[in-house]
Design a protein around this ligand. Structure first.
Ligand SMILES: [Zn+2]
Length: 92
């Protein structure tokens, strides 16, 4: 499957949030932590056992909440369930 990368920005203040490698088409509803390319900060959260170990996804500037941490089954993959309307994306 082809993959593309997107930068995600806060819809409230336009601040950069993260860059993500997305597989397939469709909208961004769930993003997997291991496919976050930037910032480096997320690399330490690739293998959490509990969703409490995944940091909240919020804007670094205005603190708007953008996603809810989840452990996605099957595979127990750490992910964020994105909150509609809190972000916009650009292919990058
Ligand atoms: Zn913001």
């Amino acid at each position: 499957m082809p993959s593309r990368s997107f930068s995600i920005f806060c819809s409230q203040c336009n601040g950069f949030i993260l860059r993500y490698r997305k597989e397939g088409s469709g909208s961004l509803i769930r993003i997997y932590v291991k496919q976050i390319l930037e910032p480096e900060y997320f690399k330490q959260f690739k293998n959490p056992k509990l969703k409490l170990e995944i940091p909240l996804l919020e804007c670094y500037q205005c603190k708007q909440k953008l996603g809810t941490p989840k452990i996605h089954k099957p595979g127990n993959r750490p992910a964020y369930l994105m909150i509609k309307g809190t972000f916009f994306k650009k292919e990058s």
